[in-house]
Design a protein. Structure first.
Length: 361
């Protein structure tokens, strides 16, 4: 999918789509549509497949969300951006997590739908503090939900969410000025998993839902993710556990034009029963910018995974199609198959050492 010629809603790109199967079994994308002035809406598009079952094109179906609420508007603009959509079985709704760009900065918001076409806003996500760490009022992006209820660290059945708080000084534009062997602050430079306890009232009880029991999930470990990591696709359950694609940022070699960042993607497998535990983490990117459309665009050298589709519809439950932003300009799709067994993973030992040396009490 690329910007439609003459469409002012897509003048500055289409990118970073959610991907989800609808009640009709069809696959729908929810791309970020960027108009002039970086004004973003979340669109709806239906994916068309060729005779071999591979995705080949999309049909635009309109707008899912555009900036209307105060928390989606800022002076001179606004934004509903980078959606992830999951059918959350306990809530009996599709839940969209997205970035609302307000005067205060990017924040996580949620909306719900029965059919993917009519969306009801649930407001901004709230956070209770964790020890001496305050998540409320901090910029945040890249949130996604688990599709089923998950026990929190305290044993409460909950809706679990992955996100990446952007504490001051943790953007890659900031961390690139530090030494390569800098000490990672896992309090501030990590993907987190948080929990919202299941309630027995109506779905409306998740208006401005509060998340708590925050747990550090993953920090930068490898060179390809040295400057920043962030959540990507919503978790999907595989034979090995919960699988997510996530993004990592590193600095490319300096050139005459100065310093450049590179966004690549890796894979994590989380324990099915306790997703706070990482069972596997790819030592190298599984997807990195090599195609011209990934290397040249609104922001060069970016692959940014946000949507995933299990292809059991064509009898291939171990095949997954990953939808991703290409250079913040257009949308690509890549296919992968789970191996018969997971490779050995030395990074887990490395990450355990990092966590033990920076333990949150």
């Amino acid at each position: 999918m690329e910007p439609e010629p003459g469409n002012p809603l897509e003048a500055e790109g289409v990118l970073n789509p959610a991907a989800v199967r609808g009640p009709d079994g069809a696959l729908y994308l929810f791309p970020r549509l960027v108009a002039k002035g970086n004004y973003s809406r979340i669109g709806i598009a239906k994916v068309h497949f060729n005779k071999d079952g591979d995705p080949e094109s999309v049909h635009r179906l309109g707008i899912a969300l555009e900036p209307e609420a105060d928390y989606e508007k800022r002076p001179g603009g606004g934004g509903c951006e980078d959606a992830r959509v999951t059918y959350v079985a306990p809530l009996k709704h599709y839940i969209m997590t997205y970035t609302a760009f307000s005067p205060d900065g990017p924040r996580i918001a949620m909306a719900q739908s029965k059919d993917l076409f009519k969306w009801e806003r649930l407001g901004l996500v709230g956070y209770l503090p964790y020890k001496n760490i305050k998540f409320q009022g901090v910029d945040n992006k890249d949130a996604s939900l688990f599709p089923i209820d998950i026990p929190s660290p305290h044993g409460h059945m909950s809706i679990a969410m992955l996100s990446r708080p952007l504490f001051p000084g943790t953007r890659p534009e900031d961390t690139m000025h530090h030494a390569r062997n800098r000490k990672i602050d896992i309090h501030r430079e990590s993907i987190w998993i948080s929990y919202c306890h299941l309630k027995h009232e109506s779905d409306a009880s998740y208006q401005n839902a509060k998340f708590t029991s925050h747990h550090h999930l993953a920090s930068p470990v490898y060179a390809w993710e040295q400057l920043k990591i962030g959540a990507g696709t919503p978790p999907v359950l595989t034979k090995y556990g919960w699988m997510i694609f996530y993004h990592g940022v590193h600095e490319m070699k300096k050139s005459a034009k100065g310093r450049k960042l590179c966004y690549s993607a890796g894979v994590m497998i989380l324990s099915e029963k306790d997703p706070c535990k990482i069972l596997y983490r790819s030592a190298k990117p599984v997807l990195k910018p090599v195609l011209p459309d990934e290397r040249v665009g609104a922001i060069a050298n970016v692959v940014f995974p946000t949507g995933i589709d299990c292809r059991d519809d064509i009898g291939k439950p171990n095949r997954f199609d990953v939808y991703y932003g290409m250079a913040d300009d257009r949308i690509g799709v890549a296919s992968m198959e789970l191996p018969d067994k997971l490779p050995q993973n030395k990074s887990l030992k490395h990450q355990k050492i990092i966590s033990e040396n920076n333990l949150i009490n």
